[in-house]
Design a binder for this molecule. Sequence first.
Ligand SMILES: [Zn+2]
Length: 200
Amino acid sequence: MSTTTRTRPPAARVPAGVRTGGQFAEQARGEADVELGEMPELAGTEPDEFGFPTVLCGRCEGSGKSQYNRDAGHSRCFACNGIGRRHPRGPVADAVAAYSKARTAAARPKAWQVRAGDSVSPLYEGYGKANWGVVAKLLVARNRPTRFEGAGESRRPVAWPALLVLEDGRRLQVSTDTVLARRASEVDPAPFVAMALATD
Ligand SMILES: [Zn+2]
């Protein structure tokens, strides 16, 4: 009787690295902790004309030009509109959008929002078509509402016919809802910039 040499079963073939900390290792590999709370995108930013931080446009790398835009008849980078920089996504972009909305609202008030002394014009089509005048007063016909909201008991008037009296003597028949153009109605960007930079 000869002693049989027991050979050990061949080791299962395991991809290299599995047992020593590869992709399927049970133990997590040591990785540097990600620093939370600081937005990496805000590093190396430059303020735009209003103070909102901007980063270099990744599409054109700051040149403002794109070689992929020739079909459009120009070579302007569509990602940054040729500026070469853009606002970081997230709180900054949100604050810029809110500022833009506030500026539009200020330049296009409804009649009930204008104040004596405001320089306004009926909405116009095309450059140079405005007919500016300074508001003296707005007379509202409270007894003849033109628009209601709600139904039944909660139905209530929300718009009335109005007469916009200008200092030059013009009297424009409008509604309190009528949208006008208002000149020199700049909105202070500071609170919006503060909103963009708030870390909390
Ligand atoms: Zn660009």
